[in-house]
Design a protein. Structure first.
Ligand code: DQA
Length: 145
């Protein structure tokens, strides 16, 4: 059955693909969206993509779109490590949500090892690059069936 999925990306991920961001792979945000969109259309699902550098805009977008959605894939980027507000937002909507990190946050700087927002999600996937988003969608497919 068709499902509606929110795909949310946080601060600086609009810069994916720039040389300074090589730790996250070669793909740009547009590449990432088209890879996800291919999976989504193949399943005959629908998605809404959103990226923002602002915590408040991310919360507003989730609050304005969660009623349409059956599940969410979210990479809150640096806000994962700091944002109780996004944690509260994810908790308050009771939407099955999977957090994705392109890099392996557990093998980088100490300050990246804890994800506050991940505690509100079913699961955190880290270190698989763009494939992590596809794994997250596969996980949602299992959860939503
Ligand atoms: C990231 C990891 C975060 O620590 C970092 O601040 C990012 C990207 C990732 O996808 O690996 O911006 O979420």
């Amino acid at each position: 059955m068709s499902k509606n999925i929110l795909i949310i990306n946080g601060p600086n991920l609009n810069f994916l693909g720039r040389p300074e961001m090589s730790i996250y792979g070669k793909e740009t945000l547009v590449d990432l969206h088209s890879i996800i969109y291919q999976w989504i259309t193949n399943e005959e699902w629908q998605s809404r993509f959103f990226q923002s550098n602002s915590e408040g805009e991310i919360i507003d977008y989730i609050q304005n779109n969660f009623e349409w959605a059956d599940g969410m894939v979210i990479n809150p980027a640096a806000l994962s490590h700091t944002s109780i507000a996004i944690y509260d937002c994810i908790k308050s909507i009771s939407l099955p949500s999977i957090e994705v990190h392109l890099s392996n946050i557990y093998h980088r700087e100490e300050f990246r090892r804890t994800s506050i927002t991940g505690l509100a999600c079913e699961k955190v996937i880290a270190g698989l690059g763009v494939q992590g988003y596809i794994e997250a969608l596969e996980d949602l497919k299992k959860i939503l069936k």
